[in-house]
Design a protein around this ligand. Sequence first.
Ligand code: SAM
Length: 275
Amino acid sequence: MSGILYIVATPIGNLDDITLRAIKILKSVDIIAAEDTRHTLKLLNHLEISKPLISYYKQTEKLKTEILIDRLKKGENIALVSDAGTPVISDPGEEVVKVAIKNSIKVVPIPGPCALITALISSGMEAREFSFLGFLPVNKKEKKEKLKEVSEDTKTLIFYEAPHKLIDTLKEMKDIFGDRKICLARELTKIHEEFLIDTISNLLEKTQVPKGEYVIIVEGNNLSKKEIETNKLNDMSIEEHYKYYENLGYEKKEIIKQIAKDRNVNKNEIYKLFI
Ligand code: SAM
């Protein structure tokens, strides 16, 4: 009979944030697959657990998945951990979970710390609905496109970001989202934990050299659907704006009236452009 693959969440800073169940599982499994074995060894030493470790990180995910699946099929129980928090969430693990499910191997989650949830619950931001984006693309163009793609989302937006990219990312967010309210959740569960809640521009003034780990939480777009649509039309050239209504089957007179209304100008000004 196949063994079980446990996906075990570990602390994101404070070593006390490990569940009793996680400790029990780490003690009981045959091997622990870890993103960085040296890092996990520190946690295991702290918990006084001694277990064989195997490395499992992004670059070797495919190869290591085969090895882990083989061992699971032989009946071994395996715990997968990442450097911090919940594996799979912006961390390695997705591949082995998918392949395990395909091979009818039982996958058991052992829940615990996760930076995005830890940040959200103390941010005071709307938490009923939210979109988690993880890390933004490294490529500048793709990063901008991703920000544009989510700029109309009315849900709270949550991002992970490296400290050395924080300032640039905040500037790009301000350009694309406008000066929204955000929360920078820094060094969660650690000694220097803090929640900086303000508009992007105020935080840009205050944040000099960012140190530590950050989660960025951005207030969702609270413009109405109508306002978003009008802003989009106003970003078009006047010709594109005209074409937009023409394609909807509007008559010339009606189009001019509508453009004037969208752009908040006198309709004679628009009329002059189209005679
Ligand atoms: N799997 C992890 C989780 O469950 O949250 C996330 C791993 S991801 C590689 C690392 C990113 O998570 C960091 O760059 C940071 O954005 C966020 N993060 C992790 N620990 C954090 C902490 N203690 N305080 C603030 N952000 C943290």
